[in-house]
Design a protein around this ligand. Structure first.
Ligand SMILES: NC(=O)c1ccc[n+]([C@@H]2O[C@H](COP(=O)([O-])OP(=O)(O)OC[C@H]3O[C@@H](n4cnc5c(N)ncnc54)[C@H](OP(=O)(O)O)[C@@H]3O)[C@@H](O)[C@H]2O)c1
Ligand SMILES: [Zn+2]
Length: 339
């Protein structure tokens, strides 16, 4: 039986172990992908630390996968060996199954099929994916550049294009990491007056290089007051991993402004009177489907949006993951796995 390298988490909170496994065969409706690159996302903590109910271990993380189809299972129309594809998180509650209707979201059949969470992901030489999760990668993007677009990219692009913000509107992005540095680029390319908010002055030159028209240092400045000086934000896209930082920026929303929560924080306190009198809202945003990912890849080629990456080989995966967690990566950590 031919073997491959895979990085598995043996148990919730366990280490990232490099092991040898059999190369898996695709079942009906699945393809096998020879992985070229896989991004390391903050949401990989879900697998590493067992943050969702019902994850089976050992589990291979990784939901920013780019590679070549090298085998197709039965009942796979259209997709062929040799095509370069991307696979993202691709989960999401369908909203119409019986489980969703009674509020038992984590039992939803759609949500129970999530790359790198409930089935093995892209921290490996090969992975399997259902055809519903595949996006075709345009030739003009390298695999390393395309990988972060499969989660960091699609989540922020899709959030922005569904937010109601229009060209000329004041759009702020708080949290300039893997997701945030792409959000700044997308917002600027969509014609929004774009504000980057991060802690420390050091981030400013890079934020401006990404296309930010304004920069706010939330360590030394009051981000709400600064946004109000600019007229109040139509949209604040929050990719920070801190609810205090989100709370501190909420006062920067303008009339009918919206804060969209992307960063996974346990809770967020809001000033309801401010929300009522100024017709404001707070809502969450969850990734996207495979066609949303394909739209993200194509928009990035069209507009020149690119992830800034720090690449690591698969055998340095633990170092790569710790670097992502440290917040020091500029800006996305990507595992370069194969050719
Ligand atoms: N909703 C979805 O569908 C979805 C999809 C993907 C990811 N996520 C979530 O989105 C979040 C971001 O993911 P990521 O991969 O972009 O993580 P990341 O690369 O670690 O970026 C997080 C950024 O937040 C910044 N930050 C943390 N606390 C801050 C504060 N108090 N003030 C200003 N900036 C602060 C960090 O900056 P420092 O350098 O200053 O620490 C870092 O740059 C995570 O919670 C992840 O789980 C959600
Ligand atoms: Zn992710």
């Amino acid at each position: 039986m031919p073997k491959m390298r895979a990085v598995q988490v043996p148990r919730p909170g366990g280490p990232l172990e490099i092991v040898e496994r059999d190369i898996p065969d695709p079942g009906p409706g699945y393809v096998r992908i020879k992985v070229q690159a896989c991004g390391v996302c903050h949401s990989d903590t879900v697998t590493k630390d067992g943050l969702f109910p019902g994850i089976q271990y050992p589990r291979v993380p990784g939901h920013e996968v780019i590679g070549l189809i090298d085998a197709v299972g039965p009942s796979v129309p259209r997709w062929k060996p040799g095509q370069r594809v991307g696979v993202g998180w691709n989960g999401g509650f369908c909203g119409y199954c019986n489980n969703c209707r009674r509020g038992d979201f984590f039992a939803c059949q759609t949500s129970t099929d999530v790359t790198g969470i409930t089935r093995d992901g892209g921290y490996a030489d090969y992975t399997l994916a259902p055809i519903s999760a595949l996006a075709l990668v345009p030739d003009d993007l390298s695999s390393t550049d395309a990988a972060p677009l499969m989660c960091a990219g699609v989540t922020t692009f899709n959030c922005l294009r569904n937010s109601g913000a229009r060209p000329g509107d004041l759009v702020a992005v708080i949290g300039i990491g893997g997701l945030g540095h792409l959000a700044v680029q997308f917002a600027a390319k969509m014609g929004c007056k774009t504000v980057a908010i991060a802690r420390g002055k050091d981030e400013e030159p890079l934020a401006r290089q990404l296309g930010a028209h304004y920069y706010i240092d939330n360590k030394t400045q009051d981000p709400s007051a600064e946004l109000q000086k600019l007229g109040g934000a139509k949209l604040i896209l929050a990719t920070v991993t801190s609810s205090d930082a989100m709370k501190a920026v909420l006062g920067g929303l303008g009339v009918r402004g919206k804060l969209m929560v992307i960063g996974a924080v346990p809770s967020l306190e809001v000033n309801t009177l401010q929300m009522i009198f100024l017709n404001q809202s707070v809502s969450g945003w969850y990734s996207g489907t495979s066609i949303d990912s394909q739209d993200t890849l194509n928009f990035s080629v069209l507009s020149g949006v690119r992830s800034m990456n720090e690449a690591f080989p698969l055998d340095r995966v633990a170092e790569a993951y710790d670097h992502m967690l440290s917040g020091k990566a500029r800006f996305r950590v990507v595992l370069n796995i194969g050719t």
